[in-house]
Design a protein around this ligand. Structure first.
Ligand code: FPP
Length: 274
């Protein structure tokens, strides 16, 4: 399935990449906001504000490239350990982002989602997130998903708890619990698994992000700080991704373990997973 988004023009935007090799879902760890601000002598929140601008530009370009979904790590469960003034500023930024982007998202036919734990988030943040989800629920273009108050281990624990409740209620047989049972109880089970995970600011770790869903994602780490990430950075990441050989634990089309020529479309994990 490929994007039917009216603004999608992958060949026009990235003529050197086979449109069949554009990732369906890109997950992003937006790192480096604080460093970006510090380099300019500004407080950290200045970096986060500019990070929100980069997020908007990246989503717009991803839509034009035919990417179906992007999920951005916006506030982790671990981020509560930051100084209270930074946490408060990030919560205010989340509300401002939702209120400021709502109409533009509807106009651009972008569907907004969010994943994370509801408990612990201030009511005004929940209301702002939910209102954009509602306003864009009929949009049929790309999905913009933000992870807020999110941790992958917490998501898996929540799924395990849901399964335990169903078993206790007698609606689920323990023998029937398989990977699909778990996957369907994650926060956004209808989104395809990310094909590509981008991390900015150079750190080589996954930081408790989408641990189940990124099992077969290709990783792309750039030293660019998130507020500097733009369309050309996204192009570079996708170009790199398009040149990878994805084997999902099996072999490529030629039966080789070596990277292929890039001539074949990206395989569907459902077809090739070992
Ligand atoms: C990591 O950089 C970034 C964050 C913890 C916050 C990212 C949030 C945004 C870009 C705002 C958008 C928010 C919403 C809800 C749409 P860092 O501060 O850890 O950078 P550093 O490692 O340089 O200190």
């Amino acid at each position: 399935m490929r994007s039917k988004y009216a603004k999608a023009d992958p060949l026009g935007r990235l003529p050197d990449v086979d449109p069949r090799r554009i990732p369906r879902h890109i997950a992003v760890i937006m790192d480096g906001n604080g460093r970006w601000a510090r380099q300019r002598g500004f407080p950290r929140i200045f970096g986060h504000r500019n990070g929100a601008r980069a997020l908007r530009e990246t989503v717009e370009e991803a839509g034009r490239l035919g990417v179906e979904a992007m999920t951005f790590y916006s506030f982790s469960l671990e981020n509560w350990r930051r100084p209270p003034e930074e946490v408060e500023a990030l919560m205010l930024l989340c509300v401002a982002y939702c209120e400021g982007e709502r109409d533009a998202l509807v106009r651009d036919d972008i569907r907004f989602r969010w994943i994370g734990r509801r408990s612990g988030l201030p009511p005004e943040v929940l209301a702002a997130l939910d209102s954009v989800v509602k306003a864009t629920s009929a949009c049929t273009g790309p999905t913009l998903c933000v992870a807020v108050n999110y941790g992958a281990r917490a998501e898996l624990a929540d799924a395990a708890r849901a399964i335990a409740h169903e078993i206790r209620a007698g609606t689920l047989n323990p023998e029937d619990v398989d990977e699909n049972t778990v996957a369907s109880r994650l926060y956004a089970p209808d989104l395809p698994d990310p094909d590509l995970l981008i991390r900015t600011a150079g750190e080589m770790r996954v930081s408790n992000y989408l641990l189940w869903q990124i099992s077969y994602a290709e990783m792309y780490v750039t030293s660019t700080l998130w507020p500097d990430f733009d369309a050309s950075c996204l192009h570079a990441a996708i170009r790199d991704f398009a040149g990878r050989s994805r084997r999902f634990g099996g072999l490529d089309a030629s039966g080789s373990m070596k990277p292929d020529s890039g001539a074949d479309p990206v395989a569907d994990p459902g077809d090739a997973r070992a």
